[in-house]
Design a binder for this molecule. Structure first.
Ligand SMILES: Cc1cc2nc3c(=O)[nH]c(=O)nc-3n(C[C@H](O)[C@H](O)[C@H](O)COP(=O)(O)O)c2cc1C
Length: 209
C-alpha cells in the first residue's frame, strides 16, 4: 500500500454537480498537501450490480468481469479514500451502491474464505462527502450507517463526513464558498493524517487478503 496515495471516488451521475464540485476542492486540498490522488468517476465505468451468485465464496474474487477488478486494486492500494455521493431517497446514488455491493466479495473473502487472516492493526481513513436537497435532521442517517459498514469492509474508518443540506440545482454549492473551503481543508488534513500513519501502514499493515 502506498501511504501517500488517496483514491477519490465520484459517485454522482452529475459530472459537475454539487458533490463533484466539493470533491474537486477536496482533491485540490489533498494534492496541495502532497498526496497523490487517483480519481475514479463511477459514471464512466462499466460496473454490473452484484448478482448475488456468491461465486466469491470459492476464492473471494468476483466472477463478473468488468471495471470492478481495476477499481478494487486501486482502492486497496491506497491509504485513504474520499467518497462523494448525493443522497438519493435517503441512500447513496445507484452508482455508489453498485460499487459498495461489488466489494462484498472482499467481505466474503475475509469472513468465509480466509477467516483466519488477521485484520491490519492500523485502519485506513475515509472521508465521505454528501449533499441533499432537503434539510431534515435525519437526512444522512441511513447513508452514514451504510458508508461506515462499507468502509469497515475496506479496513477503513469513517475519518470525517462532510454533509450539506439544501443543495438541489447542479451548481447550488457554488453559492457556499465556506462548504468548498471546508472540503479543501478536509482533503489537506486527510493527506496529512494518512502520512502520519504512514510508517505503520507501509508494508506490514497492508490490507490482508
Ligand atoms: C433520484 C433522486 C433522488 C433524490 N433523493 C433525495 C432525498 O431523498 N433527499 C434529499 O434531500 N434530496 C434528494 N435528491 C436531491 C439530491 O440529493 C441533491 O440535488 C444533491 O445535491 C445532488 O448532488 P449532485 O449534484 O452531486 O448529484 C434526490 C435527487 C435525485 C435525482
Amino acid at each position: 500500500m502506498d501511504p501517500n496515495r488517496i483514491v477519490a471516488i465520484y459517485g454522482s451521475p452529475r459530472r459537475r454537480g454539487n458533490t463533484a464540485t466539493l470533491m474537486n476542492a477536496a482533491v485540490a486540498g489533498a494534492r496541495a498537501a502532497g498526496a497523490q490522488v487517483d480519481e475514479i468517476v463511477l459514471r464512466d465505468l462499466k460496473l454490473s450490480p452484484c448478482m448475488e451468485i456468491y461465486s466469491c465464496r470459492e476464492n473471494g474474487e468476483c466472477r463478473i468481469r468488468d471495471d470492478f477488478q481495476a477499481v478494487r486494486e486501486r482502492v486497496l492500494g491506497a491509504a485513504g479514500l474520499m467518497l462523494a455521493s448525493p443522497i438519493f431517497y435517503y441512500a447513496v446514488s445507484a452508482h455508489t451502491k453498485i460499487l459498495m455491493d461489488r466489494f462484498h466479495s472482499l467481505w466474503v473473502k475475509r469472513a468465509w474464505v480466509k477467516p483466519t487472516l488477521p485484520r491490519p492493526a492500523e485502519r485506513r481513513k475515509g472521508l465521505f462527502i454528501s449533499t441533499g436537497a432537503t434539510r431534515g435532521r435525519r437526512l444522512f442517517e441511513g447513508t452514514l450507517l451504510s458508508v461506515r459498514y462499507f468502509f469497515d469492509t475496506l479496513d477503513m474508518d469513517l475519518w470525517r463526513a462532510l454533509l450539506y443540506r439544501g443543495l438541489e440545482g447542479e451548481t447550488d454549492v457554488l453559492g457556499h464558498p465556506d462548504y468548498l473551503a471546508e472540503a479543501g481543508r478536509a482533503g489537506g488534513e486527510l493527506a496529512q493524517a494518512i502520512r502520519s500513519d504512514g510508517n505503520d501502514l507501509n508494508g506490514a499493515c497492508a490490507p490482508q487478503e
